[in-house]
Ligand binder design. Structure first.
Ligand code: SAM
Length: 266
């Protein structure tokens, strides 16, 4: 069962990725995911211990809320009224002084009922995606929800830039990375937007950090990224595999010529 709808989510790639991922039991140390987003790979692998982080603060608060108060979050989420009018009322209400479990329930509700699972805010930081309908809300049932929240109990979750998270890597850890990128994008000098801009300098910073991790730690990492030559050239000396079928240059569209690659240090 899918927990969240998330831009750039890797759920559809799992059947390909599983050929290159360790199983949860094979990971000797921690599982680390510094761009966790909807967490498709984490929820699939079910590792024994994990560090999950992201720069999307609302998303991290949602994970923390459901990890610590799963029943309260479910109770509020499932009793929010249905329809367009209540959606806008809940979307526009102030979250000041609201407890974390209420904010988590609201974020989950907005994610499952907004238009196409988009995650967009206005300049004042308020969620501003329009109403999408109720079908995606009611496919998430209580048993699946509780099952997913139990997997989060094994994880340390926080809001951070990827470098901070990668500094916590030790020998034996496995890192999965899915930074924001536009598959095959011809223009690499334009920052790619997913809940904030990820620039070419960020891509360079990430490559340098992963080189350092490979030199200093006995840890494995696997990353998805764009097949653009500038990205490939940042990872000379590492293993690069073309994803045969994946996301095309049109967001959300799957194609036989994916323009995505898998990069790893193993
Ligand atoms: C492609 S999405 C990850 C999707 C995820 N793999 C999934 O299956 O749903 C990329 C994520 O990187 C996060 N992000 C952007 N810049 C970041 C940074 N500097 N450090 C950490 N996370 C960042 C975004 O908020 C977004 O959640």
């Amino acid at each position: 069962m899918k927990f969240l709808r998330y831009p750039g989510g890797k759920r559809k790639l799992l059947s390909f990725l599983e050929n290159y991922l360790p199983t949860g039991d094979e990971i000797q140390g921690k599982y680390i995911e510094p761009f966790v987003g909807g967490g498709s790979v984490f929820f699939y692998l079910q590792p024994h211990s994990a560090i999950l982080s992201d720069l999307n603060k609302e998303l991290i608060e949602l994970y923390k809320g459901i990890k610590n108060y799963p029943k309260k979050v479910w109770e509020i989420f499932s009793t929010f009224p249905s329809g367009k009018k209540p959606y806008y009322k809940i979307r526009n209400e102030s979250q000041e002084n609201k407890p974390i479990y209420y904010r988590a329930a609201r974020t989950l509700f907005l994610n499952r009922t907004c238009f196409k699972g988009m995650w967009r805010h206005n300049p004042e930081g308020q969620f501003n995606v329009g109403y999408g309908g109720e079908e995606r809300r009611h496919v998430l049932n209580y048993e699946d929800f509780i099952g997913l929240t139990k997997r989060l109990k094994r994880a340390i979750i926080f809001h951070a830039d990827f470098e901070k998270t990668l500094n916590m890597c030790s020998d034996g850890d496995f890192i999965f990375l899915d930074p924001p990128y536009k598959p095959g994008s011809r223009e690499m000098n334009q920052a790619h937007y997913i809940n904030g801009y990820f620039s070419v300098d960020d891509q360079k910073r990430l490559a340098n950090k992963l080189k350092k991790v490979s030199q200093e730690k006995n840890a494995k990492w696997l990353m998805t990224n764009s097949s653009h030559p500038d990205i490939r050239s940042l990872y000379k000396g590492f293993n690069i595999i073309k994803v045969p079928k994946g996301t095309s240059s049109v967001i959300g569209v799957f194609s036989n010529n994916s323009q995505e690659i898998l990069i790893s240090n193993y």
